[in-house]
Design a protein around this ligand. Structure first.
Ligand code: ACM
Ligand code: ZN
Length: 479
């Protein structure tokens, strides 16, 4: 019988027998240079295993497969030939609205690695908190990591809410990820979602007004003044340290949800537009993101930006990777046609902070991003866990697992090749495996609520924690 694994390997040839692989079974390694990076072959014969790969990552993924086979119990003789469909297979954790400590993050990272996810997109700065230590600007964390209260969804959580990751802690996470072949993609969000930075440095906003980090969800007008050369130099200096701290290729620079109200009344921003010979704010944002992306290229990095920044038509496919989350499919396709690369994180399928009633496991599983981009330009997929309404680590795990496994499946196996019932059964059988990594997963009877239950769950969510925020957000994005 074929084993049920997540993600499903490209090819499994079973050749009989079904005995448990002994705990002390011999595992031998063969270097096979002709195999692509991350690919592997795993042969199980007569109670022994042989792994062939051309890279350490390939060996790691073969071992991940082997440990799932062991968790499943019986293992017959078989040959698995496997390689990923996409090079980018990510999960996002927002550490700004609520955040979880190093050991908790490590549990999630470890579990993600066992499903062959290979990018940890770490959202580190936002309106509600600046969570990465920057030595050159200690005020960013002294002031920007502290909000005096929390009122997400109208719930008063008391206060203050304070904290950040020191550079030592960041290095600890980066190393932990590296050992698991995961690249950390840090996100420093700009020019919007910038309230916490402006709490520390009001002079880098358009108005200079004093403020403190935000206490509730939403899109705030407190954007960076992109017409201020000092503000641009400031974010470049921050990025200098970020590039040192995070050795990976990608640096995410946000570029989402930046209201234009402040820019429209700012002398410096309007003077900058004039100097650039542009007449609209989308172009202003595009020019700014492109300038920062070019700066990152000069440091050997590649910028990633959310899809809003495409609107101004200024991004160069050579400098920027676009992460699509909401609408803008046509712009993304046009960008891909020019040679641009796109990461797919569709809000309706891969935003896992929403209730299962809104995004059931089956809906996430059925999503095939390749059909959106006709493959061209698609470098991979990413599931997101924003934390406005995630107040405990157990809740974070239950929202993420098992739904993030659908991203692992699509990212590794490509377009759907197995039916949902089989995938679901595999996920159920792996719950004890997840629990062993310290990850509570939502019980299976809540993965795919019946239609009435879905309506109830979604209504309760929208009436409770979400209010009108999402609707406002969608309107903002459609503009
Ligand atoms: C986003 O959800 N604002 C990227
Ligand atoms: Zn300005």
């Amino acid at each position: 019988m074929k084993p049920t694994l997540i993600p499903q390997p490209r090819e499994i040839i079973c050749s009989g027998g079904a005995s448990a692989l002994p705990e002390n079974a011999s595992v031998t390694f063969v270097n096979k240079p002709e195999l692509p990076d991350e690919a592997y072959e795993l042969k199980i014969e007569n109670g022994a295993a042989e792994i062939a790969a051309s890279s350490k990552a390939g060996v790691f993924y073969a071992a991940a497969t082997l440990s799932q086979l062991r968790a499943n119990g019986a293992v017959g003789d078989m040959l698995i030939r496997d390689e990923p469909a996409y090079p980018y297979r990510g999960f996002l954790i927002d550490s700004c609205r609520h955040f979880y400590r190093v050991n908790e993050l490590k549990s999630v990272i470890d579990a993600a690695a066992r499903f062959k996810l290979n990018r940890f997109h770490w959202h580190l700065t936002d309106d509600q908190g600046w969570r990465v230590e920057i030595k050159r600007y200690p005020k960013l964390t002294e002031i920007g990591s502290r909000r005096s209260g929390s009122h997400f969804g109208g719930v008063d959580e008391g206060g203050p809410y304070v904290g950040y990751f020191t550079q030592d802690e960041i290095r600890e996470i980066v190393d932990y990820c590296m050992e698991r072949f995961i690249e950390v993609v840090p996100e420093i969000d700009m020019p919007g979602h910038f309230t916490a930075a402006l709490a520390a440095f009001p002079e880098f906003g358009c108005t200079g007004e004093h403020m403190e980090p935000a206490q509730k969800e939403g899109i705030y007008p407190n954007v960076m003044c992109v017409g201020n050369d000092g503000a641009v130099a400031f974010v470049k200096n921050v990025l200098d340290e970020v590039c040192e701290l995070f050795p990976g290729k990608y640096v995410h620079i946000g570029g989402d949800e930046a209201p234009r109200t402040r820019w429209s009344r700012c002398e410096k921003c309007n003077a900058k537009m004039k100097a650039l010979g542009i007449t609209d704010y989308d172009a202003l944002q595009g020019c700014f993101i492109e300038e920062i992306a070019e700066y990152l290229v000069s440091k050997g990095k590649t910028a990633v930006t959310w899809n809003e920044s495409l609107k101004g038509g200024r991004l160069s496919p050579e400098h920027v990777v676009v992460q699509r989350w909401m609408d803008r499919k046509n712009l993304c396709e046009a960008f891909a046609k020019k040679g641009g690369k796109v990461i797919e994180s569709d809000f309706y399928h891969y935003y896992f902070d929403y209730p299962f009633g809104m995004t059931p496991l089956k809906k996430a599983f059925k999503y095939d991003p390749a059909s959106k981009h006709r493959e061209a330009g698609l470098v991979g997929v990413e599931g997101a866990l924003w934390t406005e309404y995630v107040r405990t680590f157990d809740d974070l795990c239950e929202k993420l697992f098992p739904r993030i496994l659908t991203v692992a499946e699509r990212g590794w196996s490509g377009s759907p090749k197995r039916d949902y019932a089989e995938f679901r059964a595999a996920a159920e059988s792996l719950i004890p495996f997840l629990n062993e990594q310290g990850i509570p997963a939502l019980p299976p009877d809540r993965w795919d609520p019946a239609p009435l239950k879905r309506i109830k769950e979604v209504r309760a969510f929208f009436k409770g924690p979400l209010n009108n925020d999402l609707i406002g957000q969608m309107r903002e994005n459609k503009k």
